[in-house]
Design a protein around this ligand. Structure first.
Ligand code: GLU
Length: 506
């Protein structure tokens, strides 16, 4: 690698919620930057006013914050190359577009949208490019005076790149290796629009240059734009400073057929966006991983594994480990299938490994939202430790933990009643008496005494264990039943047994 300081950028257009592929792009850029002690820049590419969506920029900022990825430079924190919002950089770009026109690499085009639509109707697969450009209203075609007159009169116009004919342009992609394009296949893209705003193509090149971006990792869908960008870097005389590019593989539908879209998520019942996105115009809510109950660390971990591995079987990585181990050379060229079951597995692993303290607030929120009152923090921490192995998503803490704070409102009577006998009632009454005696209330000891008492009463311990669980929990779930009793404490255990006996015998 050259000794140029590593500077990467995430350059989203604020057009809506952030697809998980977008967050993976952020992540790979960020990991690379941090691994090489470089800078991670957030630049908002909002030059397409027609696609601008209110709230989308804030959503992107919130999303980075949720993920724990902090830009070194951004529209919020500023930085040496501010502004970082392209719409605020509007005056910068014209100069470069005009320079390209003066050099003969770009031209003014005066065709109105109606005239272009007419062409599209007349000519199948019409492209504004080398085959047709001399039939259209532009400065390549019109007499010089006519062009000058039109410009002088302020006639609306755009500036287009003049793609060279019969050339091959190529570059070395850090993931794909040598990639080449035939210029004849590419149309004369607009660089500067009639409203004076640059298009993405011009702005991305100018800003990557001015902001001294050293590496740019972006989605594979941008590969077709690369020849235009390459030529701009060359024509503007900056080719030696061009960032090293890597085009990241697509995230595919679970069946591997095509790019994973927002619609696939809706169809298959899983989120595709990082966080909930509310489209206020359409009144449509697209669900997000955050609200479904994913931990940010798990989300980043599963995204990293979509297309990358460290060459071993290791699957669980913290952000710091990812920074240490990440290498762009180990990102695969092939698309990565998205598997929601696997995504949930990552989250379960993260919950299992998290310490109770770090989960406390989130679990408290889940319980609170469901009307469960938590008064004792130390008790909450113990409950989290007891049930976290059983939770896949954060909301699972409600079902798995609520009964520690409130008595079961209903019992799974079907699990108990068909086999309920008077002998079992006597057994539980005797067990309550044991619990009331002043011996230590320890889970192991409790189990031993419970089993001994069952046998003394001519019952198999297994026959009374399930009823005990239903008494304490309400259903057939939860951790080891004596751990539950221990945590509930003796008086609460007694209350629950007595209350349940009434229901079982009712
Ligand atoms: N503004 C582009 C986007 O919305 C950025 C593509 C790039 O990184 O060059 O994804």
């Amino acid at each position: 690698m050259s000794d140029k300081k590593v500077r990467v950028r995430f350059a989203p257009s604020p057009t809506g919620g952030l697809h998980l592929g977008g967050v993976r792009t952020v992540l790979f850029n960020y990991l690379f930057a941090k691994k090489h002690q470089g800078d991670f820049v957030l630049r908002i590419e909002d030059t397409d006013q027609t696609r601008y969506v209110d709230g989308a920029e804030q959503y992107i900022l919130d999303c980075l914050e949720w993920c724990g990825i902090t830009p070194d430079e951004s529209p919020v924190v500023g930085g040496p190359y501010a502004p970082y919002r392209q719409s605020e950089r509007k005056p910068i770009y014209r100069e470069y577009a005009e320079r390209l026109v003066a050099q003969g690499h770009a031209y003014y085009a005066f065709d109105t949208p109606e005239e272009l639509n007419e062409k599209r109707r007349e000519i199948p697969n019409f492209q504004y490019g080398h085959a047709r450009r001399y039939e259209l209203r532009n400065s390549l075609n019109l007499p010089l005076q006519e062009t000058e007159k039109l410009l002088h009169e302020g006639t609306p116009h755009v500036i287009r790149i003049k793609m060279p004919e019969n050339e091959t342009v190529s570059f070395n992609d850090m993931i794909r290796g040598h990639v080449s394009f035939e210029t004849n296949q590419v149309d004369d893209k607009v660089l500067l629009k009639a409203d004076g705003m640059p298009t993405y193509h011009l702005a991305v090149v100018v800003d990557d240059y001015l902001m001294k971006v050293s590496h740019a990792f972006r989605g594979e869908e941008w590969l077709p734009s690369a020849p235009v960008h390459l030529l701009l870097w060359e024509y503007l005389g900056w080719r030696a400073d061009m960032p090293q590019w890597a085009h990241l593989p697509l995230i595919l539908k679970p069946d591997g057929h095509g790019k994973l879209s927002k619609r696939d998520g809706a169809r298959l019942g899983f989120p595709v966006y990082a966080m909930n996105w509310l489209d206020t115009k359409a009144g449509e809510l697209t669900p997000g991983f955050r609200e479904l109950g994913f931990l940010p660390g798990a989300f980043l971990n599963l995204l990293a594994m979509l297309g990358w591995n460290d060459g071993t079987d290791q699957e669980i990585f913290t952000l710091d480990e990812l920074i240490e181990k990440f290498s762009i050379g180990r990102v695969s060229k092939a698309g990565a299938k998205f598997d929601f079951e696997k995504a949930k597995w990552y989250n379960a692993e993260w919950i299992k490994r998290a310490d109770a303290e770090s989960l406390k607030l989130k679990v408290w929120e889940v319980l609170q939202a469901n009307g469960v009152v938590v008064k004792d923090e130390a008790y909450l921490l113990k409950v989290i430790d007891t049930v976290k192995d059983r939770c896949v998503l954060l909301p699972d803490f409600y079902q798995q933990a609520a009964y520690f704070f409130q008595q079961p409102a209903v019992y799974d009577l079907n699990a108990v009643k068909p086999k309920w006998t008077d002998a079992k009632t006597s057994f539980f009454n005797a067990f309550v008496a044991i619990l009331s005696s002043p011996e230590t209330f320890d889970a192991v000891e409790l189990e031993t005494r419970f089993k001994a008492l069952a046998e003394a009463n001519g019952l198999k311990p297994g026959d009374v264990m399930l009823p005990l669980r239903v008494m304490l929990v309400g259903g057939k779930f939860g951790p080891h039943v004596f751990d539950i009793a221990k945590l509930l404490g003796e008086s609460e255990t007694i209350i629950r047994i007595e209350k349940a006996l009434e229901a079982f015998n009712g």
